[in-house]
Design a protein around this ligand. Structure first.
Ligand code: ADP
Length: 188
């Protein structure tokens, strides 16, 4: 099963996904490739595969992505087919942290093997506040992220489930309940 967490940037999907991975260490995280530069706290091959713009474009030509996008700072982000296919062929569960358009592409390609979960922020103001507090944005990227919020929120009806991320712990519990409908942990 592919568990896809998605939302406008700043809703808290990365935070929730990190909690889920702690509680389900047997799940594989889908590591995206990106051409953006690494933030100080990030690790190559763990948070993202950081590749150059040229490498990214060559992989696009070779049809190696499930989905990819050119966003914000003119950077590419994408999910490599090889990652997902390897996981499915082993019968493993994979967790995704991705933007709304990417999530809908996963559904289009993998259908019932994927479960789309929308992480809903309490309000647009809350997203903006969280983005500012995260201190990762320039004025320019902040503006671009804000400009996408309405478009992304409008896609909520296309998701299988919605998790309200007002209180983080409650949101994580809600997410676990959804996962547990589809996944039974093996007793060791
Ligand atoms: P996304 O991955 O959706 O862009 P992040 O997980 O990076 O969002 O979260 C954006 C910011 O909001 C982070 O600084 C995070 O610590 C904070 N955050 C996440 N969930 C909550 C919550 N429920 N309440 C308050 N702040 C939150």
């Amino acid at each position: 099963m592919l568990f896809v967490f998605s939302a406008p940037s700043g809703s808290g999907k990365t935070t929730i996904v990190k909690e889920i991975l702690k509680q389900y260490p047997e799940f594989r995280f889908s590591i995206s490739a990106t051409s953006r530069s690494k933030r100080e706290i990030e690790t190559d091959g763990k948070d993202y595969f950081f590749i150059t713009r040229e490498e990214f474009e060559s992989k696009i030509k070779n049809d190696e992505f499930v989905e990819y996008e050119l966003i914000y700072d003119n950077n590419y982000y994408g999910t490599l087919k090889s990652q997902v296919d390897e996981c499915l062929s082993k019968g493993e569960c994979m967790v995704f942290d991705m933007d709304v358009k990417g999530a809908l592409s996963i559904k289009r390609i993998y259908g019932d093997k994927s479960l789309l979960i929308f992480v809903k922020p309490p309000s647009k103001e809350a997203i903006i506040e969280r983005l500012k507090n995260r201190k990762t944005e320039t004025e320019e990227t902040l503006k671009k992220r804000i400009a996408r919020i309405d478009f992304e929120m409008a896609k909520i009806g296309e998701f299988d489930y919605v998790v309200n991320n007002d209180d983080l712990q409650t949101a994580v519990e809600e997410a676990k309940k959804i996962i547990n409908k589809y996944y039974i942990k093996e007793q060791k």
